[in-house]
Design a protein around this ligand. Sequence first.
Ligand code: GTP
Ligand code: MG
Length: 202
Amino acid sequence: MEVKKATFVVSNTDYRKCPDTGLPEYAFIGRSNVGKSSLINMLANDKDLAKTSEKPGKTQLINHFLINDEWYLVDLPGYGYARTSKTARDQWQKMTHNYMLHREALVCVFVLVDSRIPPQDIDIEFINFLGRNGVPLAIVFTKVDKQRQQEIAATVNSYKYTLLEDWDELPEMFMTSSMSGYGREALLNRIEEINKELENCQ
Ligand code: GTP
Ligand code: MG
């Protein structure tokens, strides 16, 4: 899919205030600093669209970006950022969980995990939370430019092994690098495919 137009629309703390256009949306979630905002910029081909930072805790709201006037990319705050108060973490959890569970326009959640790090409880718990609640998800391995292929394969296998403890079927998985653009086409093609399936259902 070609991205011809990408625009920031709005930031929110409450899913009920998000755009009510009914257009399909794809959300990006994962630990703070895993590369959610960078991936959105890579997909949109605009390095200044979503704000990124070397320090964790940059994205703090639900951010909608409209792509080709047809669908949204949604950037979310990361989880697992230890240097915030419990109140802030509780607020985060409430905001994102409510968004995930109740946002009707949400078509798929891309859960981002670092391709250099073996499965962490917090990621597996989040994936299981989505699965238990019937929220469609895919796993996106980030920062593959920082890692040798063999080591990436080991991380992926370790995820598969861990997830199969709880699930009969594995979610789709994508390898990406926002730095090199690796995986851009595969992700955009998958989104296009889902968009077409949705159109055919209408
Ligand atoms: P929060 O908003 O704080 O939750 O973080 P985030 O998940 O949105 O991460 P962000 O996109 O801000 O990126 C965090 C850091 O990782 C930045 O310094 C990015 O430049 C770096 N980064 C992101 N993706 C990649 C990648 O694919 N390769 C490399 N080498 N660095 C990356
Ligand atoms: Mg961010």
